[in-house]
Design a protein around this ligand. Structure first.
Ligand code: MLT
Length: 412
């Protein structure tokens, strides 16, 4: 039998390789279903890492002031520079990257680290070999799957054509340098979900590896403000040579409560080169081109709010915010440990990485916590195969929710 297919638009067939829904909406869906069945339940939400404290006062004042400017003839602004206003880029360079020789022009302002990380792979040929930590933030893998950079699904459920860098108890959740050549390497420090920050020695090994292999490191530093370990650099640019091999993604979402405002930045050093059949190109120039084509910039009042975080008062407020979330993480970790759970993270990160009871899978434990205790968590296996047997709790949750969750777990 012959089939006739009329001419029609064709799907990007790589979408079919994605494993079901994106992790966080899938959790939301399951929680919504549960809520519908048990409308009177009081859920303790320790799931998605959304902030629960209001914006720092300096940011609010700047936001309001800039909003008023927008209503005044002669003061309002239309399109801004797609790469961000210089007042914000300069503030970031001089405060966040003080002493690290990052020029403001190397900083691109955007609406979220998630979108920048997902989009950055567009600059690279489809044949590049990629490596990602396992477990980690699902965006690195999913964006490469959609782009067609991965091959068919393997029997194990993993994607062909991807080198997974296991982050397990055995290696203290630190992705080790591979023995094979890789072109693009995603790193996340402190790692979401394990909460582990990479130390100086390991980051140096990665920088050296990238130099030897002409590879590029894409470092997600969304939670860098939460690092307390003096041996774990907040920026990869503290490592000598990183300017030639690394891109860094950061956000105001978690450190300053901007999840609802949307503002982030990506640092692309001008010394970073990319090869194309014998010719050499500047990655900075390419990202600039891509950004200008696909993005019209973050709203002026939001950039003003972000810039206010770099004033002495703004810095004080951000530090207080970060410390308060870390204190919640510390108390929750201690509480879980007292109940007999094995817990990691929570010291350089707002996330706690907790082992499920023996022989209980991540999803089964997620279901148990939801149905028996009305606690929302994130199953570790949702972040990758090596996350199986773990569950992630977010200490961005309200203190009262964290305390109540412990009480519920205690009562069995
Ligand atoms: C998380 O819960 O891992 C984050 O909130 C997700 C994100 O930042 O996109």
């Amino acid at each position: 039998m012959q089939y006739y297919f009329p001419p029609m638009a064709k799907l990007n067939h790589h979408f079919s390789k994605l494993s079901g829904n994106y992790l966080f909406p899938e959790i939301e869906k399951r929680v919504a279903d549960y809520r519908q069945k048990t409308p009177h339940c009081k859920l303790m939400d320790l799931g998605i890492g959304d902030i629960t404290q209001p914006l720092p006062a300096s940011a609010v004042a700047a936001l309001a002031g800039a909003a008023l400017e927008m209503g005044k003839q002669g003061a309002f602004r239309g399109y801004g520079p797609s790469e961000g206003y210089s007042f914000l880029r300069e503030a970031i360079a001089s405060v966040e990257y003080a002493g690290l020789e990052i020029d403001p022009s190397e900083i691109f302002i955007s609406d979220g680290a998630q979108s920048d990380i997902a989009n950055f792979q567009e600059l690279f040929d489809i044949d590049n070999r990629i490596a990602i930590p396992d477990p980690t933030y699902p965006v690195y893998l999913d964006s490469n799957v959609i782009a067609g950079r991965t091959r068919a699904l393997l029997k194990t459920g993993r994607h062909g054509g991807v080198t997974y860098l296991p982050c397990t108890e055995e290696n203290e959740f630190k992705p080790q340098v591979p023995t094979i050549p890789i072109d693009l390497i995603y790193l996340c420090s402190p790692n979401n979900p394990t909460g582990t920050a990479m130390d100086r020695k390991l980051l140096k090994q990665w920088v050296d590896y990238a130099k030897e292999n002409n590879a590029i490191l894409l470092l997600d530093g969304a939670y860098s403000a939460f690092i307390t370990d003096p041996d774990a650099p907040q920026s990869i640019f503290e490592i000598e040579g990183a300017r030639e091999v690394a891109v860094e993604f950061r956000t105001f979402s978690k450190s300053a409560g901007f999840t609802g405002l949307r503002c982030s930045y990506t640092v692309v050093p001008k010394g970073l080169k990319i090869y194309d059949f014998g010719s050499i190109h500047s990655l900075h120039a390419l990202w600039n081109r891509r950004h200008a084509t696909k993005f019209n910039g973050v709203a002026y009042p939001i950039q003003r709010a972000a810039a206010a975080l770099f004033t002495p008062q703004g810095q004080k407020e951000v530090k207080a915010l970060v410390s308060s979330y870390l204190e919640r993480a510390r108390l929750f970790r201690q509480g879980l440990a007292n109940l007999g759970y094995t817990v990691y993270g929570g010291q350089d990160s707002p996330y706690l990485w907790c082992k499920t009871p023996p022989k209980v899978s991540s999803w089964n434990f997620f279901d148990y916590l939801l149905q028996s205790h009305q606690i929302v968590s994130i199953p570790g296996s949702g972040f990758g195969h090596a996350g199986e047997g773990f569950i992630r709790f977010s200490a961005f949750a309200d203190s009262s929710a964290l305390g109540e969750a412990l009480q519920r777990l205690k009562s069995g």
